[in-house]
Design a protein around this ligand. Structure first.
Ligand code: PNW
Length: 478
């Protein structure tokens, strides 16, 4: 990959000095700090949200109930008995939220659509009011110069679908919904993602039981749910292509588990890449390679998923882009076991943000992009989510979330390294535009760069919003 040449560096230094903004002890050092962390001019900065987490209005305009309505209304499932009935009330306040985006200066917004607004029963008769609503949101974004990137499924599954993701038919229902909807919006929406985070709506929901529907199934059944997840994605890609306008870019937003090499030496770097490929065998590796690799099949034995003819080809439908949600890292070292690597457990002393799972390891941003690029050579990569929960005290109306800024600055710097080395990373969506319903944590964990007072629905920009605005304006880490 491309190294920065002395000439590039010299040019950058010259430009920074000519800009005349440099003071302090050594102008050259300051120039390095600013100019070396500048992004390419066409880099896309954006923010992300998801339907159930922000919309509210769960009974409005014919929306059908979802697994998350059921789950959040089941006592003991979500922190404090919270639910998404009102959330950020974005269903009614979307125009105000567009202005938050506009004020930041972002060019793009990643949003998801609620399947059950469009097909209240998951399949069958569409509800025109659902499409009408999203048309208004999309038009409002475009009128304000913001390009929508749309995710078709971000976990809010229509409750009427029998058996949910345990039923293979759900994959076909998803494809029908995604194709129909793409046909309605692709005159204006040019970038579509099928599903968000396979591992969360399969494993976290059916193995660990922490997310809707809250099941702890045996391995064979978990593997089958995973298979239905990747199948839904693949059939969705085909159906979107069949119905959307030519040129629509189709991808997926996946939270691949990434392994950081403990040292940047060839043996550890190779071990980490191998770990990433094998530990994601049931998800991204299957999608990118069109088969379940031997390591996975051997490990699962009789519990391996039941696959029908044609499934793997559908799962591996070519993508126009790959999008990654990158948060917490894993660490790995090379060793002499048959696998050739050993994963390293997180410790009580491993630093984390407000969510205990959100271990801080900025290098995962660089290694994630690099490993995916080396393993599967996607044409275009985006970061579909990156962000952090923080405690966010409101003091005299200000939210000085310097810890979130610390987190973001470090991760964005590592994405910059990946861009500089020539990997095809074209954009970044910060999670999240504003505080919202954080799934099983309810409203107790805040990921927004805008604070939301859930009593009044007032949105207040945090320090991190000011930071991000500055990053965007300068197109550089600040
Ligand atoms: C992602 N984990 O979820 C989702 O795509 C968002 O909807 C969510 O709000 C955001 O990240 C912050 O959590 C995750 O336990 C939830 O490792 C849990 C985990 C990872 C991602």
């Amino acid at each position: 990959m491309r190294e920065i040449s002395r000439r590039d560096l010299g040019k950058a230094l010259g430009a920074a000095c000519a800009a005349g903004t440099l003071g302090g002890p050594t102008a050259a050092a300051a120039a390095l700090n600013t100019t070396s962390l500048t992004f390419p001019p066409d880099f896309l900065w954006g923010c992300a949200t998801a339907a159930y987490q922000i919309e509210g209005a769960v009974k409005e305009d014919g929306r059908g109930p979802t697994n998350w309505d059921v789950f959040s209304h089941t006592p003991g499932k979500v922190f404090g008995g919270h639910n998404g009935d009102v959330a950020d009330d974005s269903y009614h306040r979307y125009a105000e939220d567009t202005q938050l985006l506009k004020n930041l200066g972002v060019k793009t917004y990643r949003m998801s659509l609620a399947w059950s607004r469009i097909f209240p029963e998951g399949r069958g008769k569409p509800n025109p009011k659902g499409i009408d609503h999203y048309n208004r949101v999309i038009d409002n974004l475009l009128e304000n110069g913001i390009t929508p990137y749309v995710t078709m499924f971000h976990w809010d599954l229509p409750a009427a679908l029998p058996g949910g993701w345990q039923n293979r038919d759900t994959a076909y229902a998803f494809a029908d919904y995604a194709g129909y909807t793409a046909g309605k919006i692709s005159d204006r929406v040019k970038n579509i993602m099928t599903v968000n985070e396979l591992r969360c709506f399969t494993d976290l929901s059916h193995k660990q039981g922490q997310h809707a529907p809250g099941l702890k199934l045996p391995d064979a059944e978990v593997n089958q749910v995973r298979h239905h997840g990747v199948l839904a994605h693949g059939l969705g890609v085909q159906s979107i292509r069949a119905h959307a306008k030519a040129g629509t870019q189709v991808g997926i937003a996946d939270n691949t588990t990434f392994y950081i090499p403990v040292m940047e030496t060839p043996e550890h770097v190779a071990a980490a890449k191998k770990a990433t490929r094998e530990m994601n065998a049931m998800f991204l590796t299957a999608i990118m390679e069109g088969r379940y690799i031997d390591e996975y099949l051997t490990q699962e034995g009789a519990n391996a998923p039941k696959v029908k003819a044609g499934d793997m080809a559908a799962i591996a439908s070519p993508l126009d882009f790959l999008a990654l949600n990158i948060y917490a890292p894993e660490w790995v070292r090379a060793d002499s076991s048959p696998k050739g690597y050993a994963t390293i457990p997180h410790l009580p002393s491993s630093p984390h943000m407000a969510s205990p799972w959100l271990i801080v390891g900025p290098e995962v941003a660089y290694w994630g992009v690099r490993q995916v690029s080396e393993l599967w050579k996607p044409k275009v990569l985006y970061i579909s989510e990156n962000g952090a929960s923080a405690d966010d005290p409101v003091v005299n109306g200000r939210i000085d979330d310097a810890d979130r800024v610390m987190y973001l600055r470090n991760y964005v710097s590592q994405f910059h390294r990946a861009v500089t080395e020539g990997y095809p990373l074209k954009g970044y969506f910060l999670w999240s535009l504003m505080d919202n319903f954080e799934w099983a944590d309810g409203y107790s964990k805040r990921f927004g760069i805008h604070y939301v007072d859930f009593e009044t629905q007032k949105r207040i920009p945090k320090l991190s919003a000011a930071w991000y605005k500055e990053v965007i304006a300068r197109n550089a880490v600040v």
